[in-house]
Design a protein around this ligand. Structure first.
Ligand code: CTP
Length: 434
């Protein structure tokens, strides 16, 4: 099935004729000749486990790192590199025509240059020239090669043509070097590919914007052993960071209790523990922010006293049985107030979240509307939680609330798919020329 490339108004959403997230897809996985080629095996697995049909198209140099037999065994499909193999099947055209998505991981500087030049000198480049479906490129190379103006110009060219070039991750490279240029985490590559397959194109229009996102949950200390916490996994905040970073923004995640999650490539993490830490970090990071998103679950109260040694049960003043609590600051409200006072830029778009449950009196959406009015933010993403819904789940859905507009339904999908819809709504509120 071939996805269309029409654009939906001035926002970041590209409408495709593909909406069923669970139907199997034809994925072409291009692999270029870099040491990260071995990670492509994880991607084949990921797509296969999802039920997709995977056709691996390596370059000749990629086969120096991983043999064709490995890709054939993992994908269950033949592997060829040249347009002169299986000529009777007209592979150089057929592979691209039949693809629902082309994912290239890793993409080396050389492959990116050949794609930018529009070459068709092997099966992979020919496939990219033919494909009209989403194309996702995950670069991996040394920092110097990534930063070289030649590579940067080539990347710009690909992005201008509607190809999604992911930001490389930061970290350990081949040999003793460390820096930007690592292949993004294969799970993140697959998640971005699925977001594109669901019809949400991640363009690169946020270059130069600073986005600050709180994610995860706060922990309020009781004594050296105990704390009061919540169930937030941080996944929605991290997915927002992934999509914003791939849109080109400078992204900072202020994170509570998210150590298990892989850092989204292109984002910086600042760890916090308590609501008070979170408020201080958010106030500082928001001073020059263009977009602030409060996705963290913040404890509304904290213990009035933090014991210096472990609290014991059964004592005369059993403080554990009757904890005295004090209210935490409402960080979202304080950011809105700081914007009114000029401490946060006037142009900054502030986004809140509302995790609600309905009851006998009102629906989750009604409670979310009340919260939106109370918080004063510009956008509120509301979803229904409880009974295993949303917290810690892979998928989500809900409504986007904006002033003077009807609630917009957020289509059910992965946290990245939900993130793409939220950021599309935010995109409409960014001042032109920002
Ligand atoms: N929030 C915040 N500071 C707090 C509590 C919440 O900034 N002390 C933010 C959350 O990050 C979220 C939004 O406010 O963006 C709504 O959070 P939620 O926990 O749903 O709302 P509360 O204000 O805590 O209201 P309640 O718990 O009574 O529903």
């Amino acid at each position: 099935m071939v996805a269309g490339r029409g654009s939906c108004h001035a926002c970041t959403v590209r409408l495709c004729d593909v909406t069923d997230l669970n139907s199997p897809r034809n994925i072409v996985l291009g692999v270029a000749g870099g040491i990260a080629a071995y990670k492509a095996c994880h991607l084949v697995r990921n797509f296969k486990e999802h039920g997709d049909n995977v056709r691996v198209v390596p370059t000749q140099s990629a086969l120096n790192f991983v043999g064709a037999a490995t890709f054939e065994a993992l994908s269950g499909n033949p592997v060829s590199t040249s347009v002169f193999e299986a000529v009777e099947d007209v592979q150089h055209v057929a592979v691209g025509q039949e693809a629902d998505a082309v994912v290239i991981a890793p993409a080396t500087a050389d492959l990116i240059a050949r794609l930018a030049a529009g070459r068709a000198d092997d099966l992979l480049t020919a496939t990219v020239l033919v494909a009209t479906c989403p194309i996702i490129v995950a670069p991996a190379m040394h920092t110097e090669m990534w930063n070289n103006p030649a590579t940067q110009d080539n990347v710009k060219t690909l992005r201008r043509r509607g190809i999604t070039v992911m930001e490389p991750a930061h970290g350990r490279l081949t040999g003793k070097d460390t820096g930007a240029g690592r292949l993004p985490d294969p799970e993140q590559i697959a998640a971005i590919a699925r977001t594109e397959l669901a019809g949400f194109h991640i363009d690169h229009s946020w270059a130069g914007l600073k986005v600050v996102i709180s994610a995860g949950g706060t922990q309020e200390e009781l004594d050296p052993v105990r704390y009061l916490g919540n169930r937030s996994s941080g996944r929605q905040g991290y997915a927002l960071a992934e999509v914003a970073a791939h849109k080109g923004a400078d992204v900072t995640i202020v994170a509570g209790n998210t150590a298990e999650l892989p850092v989204p490539s292109g984002a910086t993490i600042r760890n916090i523990v308590s609501a008070q830490d979170l408020e201080a970090a958010m106030r500082e990071e928001s001073r020059d922010a263009d977009i602030v998103i409060m996705a963290a679950a913040v404890a509304d109260y904290r213990p009035a006293n933090v014991a210096e040694s472990k609290m014991k049960k059964g004592k005369a003043d059993d403080a554990l049985a009757t904890l005295e609590m004090v209210e935490n600051p409402d960080i979202l409200k304080s950011l809105v107030a700081a914007r009114e006072e000029g401490e946060v830029p006037q142009k900054c778009v502030i986004v809140g979240f509302a995790a609600e449950t309905g009851d006998g009196d009102s629906s989750a959406l009604d409670y979310a509307k009340e919260k939106f009015a109370r918080k004063g933010c510009d956008v509120l993403m509301a979803n229904e939680v409880g009974r295993g819904v949303t917290f810690g789940q892979e998928n989500s859905e809900g409504w986007i609330l904006r002033r003077n507009e009807e609630p917009q339904r957020v289509e059910h999908g992965s946290k990245q798919v939900v993130a793409a819809q939220i950021l599309a709504a935010v995109n409409e509120m960014i001042e032109p020329g920002n």
